[in-house]
Write a new protein. Structure first.
Length: 266
């Protein structure tokens, strides 16, 4: 009854099914690994944000220090004086609402202990009337201040997907990069930068502070993994149902052919 499975059409069907099974299993595993990575990232961010702040220069003590993933979002403090003469803005960044394009305001902070200078992302400001003009930015507080913020790694074109092109207006850049700013200013900048969350004493006016990263959303990857594995299970079931249906149809056709009366000769 199932001899038709050796036909060309069915051999191709079976071959496709055999190829689909390991493929869909691997796709499910890939989505599961993405789920695990998202969960691990969320746990890291939550731990970093709730940890007691430590001085920035105890984590990044040298120029060119590459902030590892384990220290990204770590709560840090820094005490010193802003250097508004070396302030710059980073183009095409969104505010807390995510629907408006503007600038991040980056102002170097000279540490009071003399160990170097830290780039501080003071927050977001809206774009002005002209992209070529420097935007209106609240002045950095004068005198000694103590900052609290989140430690971030230098941005790179490869890591951020942002194209770093030359020829931008004065004091405007595409990336927050201590290496780039060292080349521009010659200052001794500690690796990474601080994303501001609080200032003491508090200024009367400041850019819009950036919100905490979302560390509660685990994404759809686990659901996708389950869907791929369910599809894997349905492949052999689907082949079996198709084969049963064709066998039933062939059996019915054979029975009908046998039941037809033979023509009586005149």
């Amino acid at each position: 009854m199932y001899r038709f499975l050796l036909s060309r059409r069915w051999l191709i069907t079976l071959l496709i099914a055999l190829l689909l099974v390991p493929t869909t299993i691997k796709l499910g595993i890939w989505q599961y690994h993405r789920h695990e990575a998202r969960v691990a990232r969320n746990e890291l961010i939550a731990t970093s944000l709730t940890a007691s702040p430590v001085p920035y220069d105890t984590l990044s003590a040298t120029p060119g220090f590459a902030v590892p993933k384990s220290l990204t979002w770590r709560s840090v403090t820094a005490t010193g004086e802003y250097d508004p003469a070396q302030e710059f803005v980073v183009r095409k960044r969104t505010g807390s609402g995510g629907d408006k394009i503007g600038y991040f305001v980056i102002t170097p902070l000279r540490l009071s202990d003399g160990r170097g200078t830290v780039l501080v992302n003071r927050g977001w400001v809206a774009s002005g009337d002209s992209a070529a003009a420097y935007p209106s930015v609240p002045a950095a507080p004068a005198g000694e201040v103590t900052l609290t913020g989140r430690m971030r790694a230098d941005e790179t074109a490869a890591g951020s997907g942002i194209r770093d092109r030359a020829g931008l207006p004065d004091r405007q850049f595409n990336l927050i990069s201590t290496e780039q700013q060292t080349q521009e200013t010659g200052a001794t900048l500690l690796g990474g930068y601080l994303e501001l969350t609080a200032t003491a004493p508090a200024p009367a006016d400041q850019p819009e502070l950036l919100p905490e990263p979302n560390h509660s959303d685990i994404g759809p990857h686990m659901a996708y993994a389950i869907q791929w594995w369910l599809f894997t299970a349905l492949i052999p079931v689907g082949v079996w149902v198709m084969a049963r249906r064709e066998a039933k149809d062939r059996g019915k056709e054979a029975a009908e052919a046998e039941a037809e009366p033979e023509a009586v000769p005149a």
